[in-house]
Unconditional design. Sequence first.
Lengths: 422, 631
Amino acid sequence: MSMDQQKALLFGAAAAVRLVLFTAFPSLPNLLAGRVEVSTPVTSFKRLQEGLFLYTHNVSPYDGGIYHQAPLLLPLFSLLPDPSYFPFATNLLYTAVDLLGAYALIQIAESGQSATPRLFQSSRKDMRWSSVAVAAGFLLNPFTVATCISHSTAALSNMFILTAMAKASQGAIITFAFALAVASYLSLHPVLLFPPLLFLCYDVRASRSTAAPKLALYALTLTAGFGAACGLLLYLSASLTGSWEFLMSTYGVRLLLPDLTPNVGLWWYFFIEMFDSFREFFLGVFWLHVASYMPGFTIRLRKQPLFAAMSLTGIFAIFTPYPSIADAALYLSLLPLFRHLFPLMRYTFLASAAILYASFLGPAFYYLWIYAGSGNANFFYAITLVWSLGLSIIVGDSLYAALRDELDVERPELRGKEVKRI
Amino acid sequence: MALLATLLALRKDPRIQRLPPYLSLIFIIVGVAWLLLLPLDEYSRETYVSENALLPGQVHTYFTGSEHNIFRAYRHEVAALADKPVEERSRALTDIFRSHNLKAATQKYTYQPSGRNITNQNVYAVLQGPRADATEALVLIAAWRNMDGEVNYSGVALVLTLARYFKRWSLWSKDIIFLISGDSTSGPQAWVDAYHNSHSPAAIDPLPIKSGALQGAIAIDYPAGPWGHRFDKLHIMYDGVNGQLSNLDLFNTAVNIANGQMGIGCTLQRMWSHKNTYQDRLQTMLRGMLSQGLGHASGPHSAFIPYHVDAITLQTVGDGWHDEMSLGRTVESLFRSLNNLLEHLHQSFFFYLLLHSMRFVSIGTYLPSAMLLAASFSISAIALWVQSGRPDLDTPVPNPASTHPSPQEKKSPSIEEEKKPTAMTEVHLDTHKTLIPSALLTTTERSLLYPTLFTLLSHTLGLLPLYLFNNTPPSYLPTLLNLSLVLSPALPLLTASFLSSSPPLRPTSQQTTLIQSFSLLLLGMFLAALATLNFSLAFLVGCLCSPLAFTRYLPGKKIASAAQTLLLAALNPVVVIRAACWFWGADVGDVVVRAAEGWHVWGLWTQVVVWEVWWPAWFAGGVVVGRGLFS
């Protein structure tokens, strides 16, 4: 079977799976949209419906404090027919979003930026999965499917992050800047992906022409472009809603965490327990912690910018205030791009077992807490800890593998030797 | 860090790799032994009432004297209705409730589980508490027919009498709902579903009158005929559908009042004589676990528990000197206690095993045993994963460091081969060169796709019997069971021989090992999750699956493989269900019909566990072992 046939088959199968699930189980989207693991206050489709209702009735969508998502989603979704009567259009939109994300993933895989970036040739670069297999890992991942079925808007952010990565790995600066600007506009934290992807973009550009452009100038231009795109989106939002109040209800909520609905992350439980006087301090500390990975990864993994960006998505899935399985789905689908690192990873089984266990015990414990009334919040929080542990083992282990890979190239005589931490 | 490095170095030690089966065995033995220790005084506790507001047995009960005459009159009224059609019965009961100045209503319901037809009517009445604001309610239930199908003459008459009696009191701070359900399982289910608006409107009527949030429900099962019957003990049933239990405080309150205030002995789990010895306690606990594990409805109260309404059934047993008035006063005192509640019962345990009416074990003490069983599978899964990553699976390669020549080398003692140096790879860096043993540079790649797909398919295959057993008409169900009794044990062997005979599908040794690893990993995971929801079911399935952690793919060892196959065939879910029915003398056809009813009416999940957890794990294990026969 040729590559194109494989792609067509995969895309057809993935779309069929989604549409069949949508039609065979019409109550599934509502069920999943109500699950805390799938939709968070900042991505929930139910809240989007609420915002949409207010918007179409000429009330500010942020009145009532339910809706915390970007204003530009409202005109988009108000074009679609009401999903409670005619859900097909919405279903089709979300299916298309996933397929576009997979298409971007194929482009990333075909660019070869994962194993052979400009400054570094992995010694295992021949060990790779075909781009179709990588896309299949994204499209058929149960977490991606659940995100799509639940109509969570995180699916949109994921698609734009993947597109930004794809465009960066092709060196297409304008689309890259715009896609990342939309992703950041939708969910704020992707802005941290800008520095590593900037380097990726620069590396691709430099490897194409004999005379590499000046890095400083290139970075300045791209940053200006990115800033302009973000500014444009914010300006459009402001003119749409008529004021700048939306900033507080969207980014303010993401930054200040007023809504403590449980999710798979680590923040909500801490901030429920915390004394109010320490709240600002710990908000600062928690955000500083998330942000501090960005410079560290970007500098240390300068030779592998795509890997730095991927590891950052893993950090987002663990340490941002409102993570859901959609963030984990994004990270876990990017991981197969780095197939050449798998032989160097040491805890894959442990980490995947932890994630598997957590994804079954999580709903069970949530059920005990909320419905059966026989458990309590600690049950569910314990499982989110296991979930985060599983993800952080993968992030840490893949980082080890990437660094080990660099070491194998720099010091070939050390290959196969056990490393010791000092 | 040094410790970590030492531990990491241990990975390569062959002794570590031989450890897991023993570790699994120890986990299983400790898990089972743990359970056997629970009835001892040191590991169980005396029950106690944890919620202060209940104050059990602290009120004087006034249900005596002339109420007895009214009760006897109602008992004759009820007896006269026994052979009447349902509509007439409902009308008569409604009239009695209305004559007490209560709001009464009827509810029709129809269920059609797998082609059967269950149609009946519920009658209920609401007493608006004089001090209540209609936000909370208690339920007093008497099913028209009890679990054994006998007409509940005295139970229904007692509810009617108590309705009249309760109406005269001004102290109720909660509404009281009196429910005469058409039968003991579907009726309460239809009523409680409709009360919470989660019924299917086509087959079940909505409730015309409602009250507030249900705080508790007490069911009375007293099938003594129109001339009465004095009973010896109260049999308290407390387990709900899917093994959920009512709050222990409710059980304790009932025992406290019956025992302490009224002097009626209490018993549980059909232990008619309980001497509080180790053996009796263990038997009570095991019966309780079996009942919880099956997850079936054990009485009219069972339907309430999934809605987080704590409920128990009081059943009269034996011949003694307690009469209906003692039972009435017990119920009165129980309602006075529940009337005191300031909030939903939450203080005491929701997860417990009862050993005696005054002794229990809480979840913290018993949960480790099921978790140990689940962990034994996870350990085997990890061991098999590690084993699949070792290079010497298909062709054993001699250890290069060994000084003893291996048997293969003895056969062909050519000098070149013996002197052959370990394979080296040359590595260049600038002008330097270095030699590294090639073995250190290669890692064994695992092919994961085949085992993953196989495991997924075996779980998908489980959907077929799940569907068939729940949707076949009852007359064909025993045939279906007998058919699967033959087919199910043979299926892994057929699959194994098919896979072995068609080369593109034939799994390699590594893939076979990985199939077992994945299926055990999933089994361990499902059981660990299940243990938190229904401990008993997880424990039972864990015990029955325990051989799966030790059976192995043994290529070339036909006798060992055949023995393993036989062992697994004996532990096939269908065979086990059939054998259990034979052992307890239950009619197997009746069991499967009831299970299908449970699936459609009560929302029973036991079948899902059997066909989606137990059976796929067994099937994968059977195929892995069967591969040894056909290799």
